[in-house]
Every structure is written in structure tokens, then in C-alpha cells.
Design a binder for this molecule. Structure first.
Ligand SMILES: [Zn+2]
Ligand SMILES: [Zn+2]
Length: 142
């Protein structure tokens, strides 16, 4: 396995599977996520600001947990995370439903390059007014 840069501390480490953090950060991350899970179980729909203030988790980590589908956005989605292909606001994961299959196909062929904004400017479209944006624990992958 090749050297992989830890997303938390940016040290390089030997990757065993598909982990994003090094063995030093792994227990820290587990503990952090356990706290988030606990907090969101008690306060579903908490905002990212709340999580940052109460748990001390970074915005970057929250965004990563969302992309990993460990957390999910509910309510008014202002594009906290977006589809990596078309830029559409997502609740969790890396691709929207429409791009998911295409993305999988492109990845399988190994021709998907870095993020390219070919579909025009995202974020200008009308957002329906729903309730306040918040985050819930996704549960699916645990
Ligand atoms: Zn690390
Ligand atoms: Zn998409």
C-alpha cells in the first residue's frame, strides 16, 4: 500500500484499507465521532456551528463525515456539501443521484479527473424555503 496523507494531521502513513486518517488520529476521530453521534441523538438537526462549539469538531471534519455518509443534512440545504460532478447541493455523500451512476462508471474506467465545473455556476438556483438547515446522525454505515 502506498503512503497516504492523513486528512487530520497531514502526516504520511501506510494505508491498510481505505482509511482517511493515520493510526495516531484514528482513536481521536472515533472519539470525536462518538461525541457527535451522542449529541445528534439528543439534538437532531443541530447546526454545524453548534457541533463546532459544543464538541470542538472542525468544519472540515463535519464536511468529511457528511461526504462519508456518516452524517446527513436535514431541512434547508444551502449547499454545505455539493455533488463533486455537477455542484448540486447534497445532504450526504459525494455525488447526487443523477451523477452517482455516471461517477461510478467514470471512476471504474479511471478517467475521472479532478473536479471540473462544466455545468455552469452552481448555487444560483432557487432554494425552497424549508426549515433551518441542520445535521442528523445518519446511522446507515455504523
Ligand atoms: Zn493523523
Ligand atoms: Zn451531480
Amino acid at each position: 500500500m502506498a503512503h497516504y496523507e492523513c486528512v487530520r494531521c497531514h502526516r504520511f502513513f501506510e494505508r491498510v484499507a481505505f482509511e482517511e486518517v493515520c493510526p495516531v488520529c484514528f482513536p481521536i476521530e472515533e472519539e470525536e465521532f462518538r461525541k457527535i453521534k451522542e449529541y445528534l441523538t439528543a439534538h437532531p438537526g443541530a447546526t454545524s456551528n453548534e457541533l463546532m462549539a459544543v464538541i470542538g469538531v472542525s468544519l472540515k471534519s463535519i464536511r468529511r463525515y457528511l461526504k462519508e455518509e456518516r452524517l446527513e443534512i436535514v431541512g434547508d440545504n444551502k449547499g454545505f456539501i455539493r455533488c463533486e460532478l455537477c455542484g448540486k447541493p447534497l445532504n450526504s455523500g459525494r455525488f447526487c443521484g443523477g451523477c452517482y451512476k455516471e461517477g461510478q462508471a467514470l471512476r471504474a474506467k479511471g478517467i475521472m479527473g479532478p473536479y471540473s465545473d462544466s455545468s455552469g455556476k452552481p448555487g444560483e438556483e432557487q432554494q425552497p424555503k424549508t426549515r433551518k438547515e441542520g445535521i442528523v446522525y445518519h446511522g446507515k454505515k455504523e
